[in-house]
Design a protein around this ligand. Structure first.
Ligand code: SF4
Ligand code: SF4
Length: 68
């Protein structure tokens, strides 16, 4: 199983990572606000992640790390 981590306080909530995930498991956290005042991205169900790293590649702020 792949594992995705987010440097959440760097996230600006742009949603690009949400749009590219082929498994539709990247979401903007509705119940969290980071230190910049944005709802940060997170993975809703890590067991579904295929480790493609599309989310990490598209993030303009290098928030996301994918490990396999
Ligand atoms: S690595 Fe791929 S499947 Fe996993 S969360 Fe990122 S875009 Fe989605
Ligand atoms: S692409 Fe990066 S900055 Fe934009 S919502 Fe995703 S993690 Fe946050």
């Amino acid at each position: 199983m792949a594992f995705v981590t987010f440097d959440s306080d760097k996230c600006k909530g742009c949603g690009l990572c949400v749009t590219v995930c082929p498994k539709k498991i990247v979401v903007l956290a509705a119940d969290k606000i980071n230190s910049k005042g944005y709802s940060p991205a997170e993975v809703s169900d890590m067991s579904l992640c295929i480790g493609c790293a599309f989310c990490a590649k598209i993030c303009p702020d290098c928030v996301i790390t994918v490990e396999k």
